[in-house]
Design a protein around this ligand. Structure first.
Ligand code: TYD
Ligand code: MG
Length: 416
């Protein structure tokens, strides 16, 4: 069903037909100047990018509607404009007036950004070439469309064509381009995913729209690591970097039965987050398993091991698990936190001490397995007053970990 991109001049083979074969060059002799980066002035974003935008590169920023993509990119361009850089904000989604209203909330710098409300690709390319900005935002890649293709905007062929033609111009004139792309909750929409191989860097903006915290992480980065995560909070005046995320999450932790603190690694940075669980008698067969912020399959595994190897059967209970603050945790180290939160909820006793920090992967035979960076996780926990960490270093099995975590609460219960 795919259309062929009509862009001319992209067939070097035809031009060289019959000529001498090109010679490869030894890597040592290849000149590779490192152009200075363009810092966006948003520390968390710059860190995830690997130090700022790279001139001539393409960054794809994906995220669901309302997460804050337009806000983040407008803020970034505002900072760049304030630093004397030539910028351009292209919007195919909102009118210039709408963008202005947002920019008013973001402050003076954001209002200095030149804006073009346009959906026609050729018009956008013409402006790009005329203005030669150092940094440009296309919001969003799905709304632009090339008249050369018949398909509707947002289709795979259109999105590819838009990205390819913009890349050509960007590389030629050293413009750093931030392509905004919508991703639906299911990640379904034609678009961003099909562009991943075309761009230099793929950033994912995640979080729940209704919640405060959002994270930006790199899924791919030709110019930096994919380990870093930026944490933001949406406030009245735009996105604010959350530099003390651990302190906040620990401070807000409830200390009630069903709550534990996970010492997680978000890329190269340790992060303490609260994991909560609720266990209640079910009316349904099969009972409900609802989770937010962790993988469903992982929850199923943890519940199975709890039942089989730690004596906590949940076959007739609904289980709800939530990572507080809208944070998504995608690492095996979260297993133990999920298990202990559920165990604590099922038994109705708070952990001892509470809040209790923990981390570790759970194996199918009930053993605890070590995970990356145990020292940094433990240090982060200690830094925020959670010295007694339950980890694979302290408990060999899930059963032991449950006993350690819930011991004094159970003693109290027995005494009562
Ligand atoms: P937006 O950046 O438009 O999201 P996206 O481009 O990803 O669709 O903004 C998302 C939400 O953020 C919007 O519902 C309004 C809210 N918001 C604030 O709470 N404070 C602000 O300062 C701004 C600009 C937006
Ligand atoms: Mg938007």
């Amino acid at each position: 069903m795919e259309e062929r991109a009509p862009s001319g001049g992209r067939s070097p083979r035809a031009a060289r037909a019959g000529g001498p074969a090109p010679r490869p060059v030894r890597l040592r002799e290849v000149s590779a100047e490192r152009a200075p980066r363009l810092p966006t002035g948003i520390g968390e974003l710059d860190r995830v990018l690997g130090g700022g935008l790279v001139p001539g590169s393409l960054v794809l920023l994906g995220g669901s509607p309302g997460i804050g993509k337009s806000t983040l990119t407008n803020m970034a361009l505002g900072n760049l404009a304030a630093a004397g850089r030539a910028t351009l904000y292209v919007s195919g989604e909102e009118s210039a007036a709408q963008i202005r209203l947002r920019a008013e909330r973001l402050g003076a710098a954001a209002l200095e950004v030149p804006v073009l409300a346009e959906t026609d690709l050729d018009a956008v390319l013409a402006t790009l070439q005329a203005e030669r900005p150092e940094a440009c935002v296309i919001d969003s890649v799905q709304t632009l469309h090339s008249a050369a293709l018949e398909s509707a905007p947002g289709t795979v062929a259109q999105v590819r064509e838009v990205a390819t033609r913009i890349t050509e111009v960007a590389k030629r004139q050293d413009t750093a381009v931030l392509l905004v792309g919508h991703v639906t909750k299911e990640g379904a929409l034609a678009g961003p995913r099909t562009l991943e191989h075309l761009v230099d860097c793929v950033l994912q903006f995640e979080g729940e729209r209704e919640r405060t915290y959002r994270t930006v992480r790199a899924l791919k980065n030709r110019f930096g690591s994919t380990n870093d995560v930026g944490v933001f909070e949406m406030r009245e005046g735009g996105l604010v970097e959350v530099l003390d995320a651990s302190a906040r999450f620990v401070g807000e932790a409830t200390q009630a039965p069903g709550s534990v603190v996970l010492a997680a690694m978000e890329g190269s940075r340790p992060l303490l987050v609260e994991v909560q669980a609720l266990v209640s008698q079910s009316e349904l067969v099969p009972p409900r398993r609802v989770c937010n912020g962790i993988d469903r399959n992982r929850l199923a595994l943890v519940l199975a091991v709890l039942g089989r190897h730690a004596g906590i059967g949940l076959g007739t209970s609904d289980v709800f698990v939530n990572v507080v603050g809208g944070v998504r945790i995608d690492e095996p180290g979260a297993d133990l936190a999920v298990a202990l939160a559920v165990a604590s909820a099922a038994r109705g006793v708070a952990t001892d001490p509470s809040p209790l920090a923990c981390f570790g992967e759970i194996g199918l035979t009930g053993e605890l397995r070590s995970v990356a960076h145990p020292d940094r996780r433990a240090q982060e926990a200690a830094k925020f007053g959670l010295a007694a960490v339950v980890s694979p270093a302290r408990a060999r099995t899930l059963r032991e970990a449950v006993q350690t975590a819930l011991s004094s609460g159970q003693r109290a219960q027995r005494a009562a």
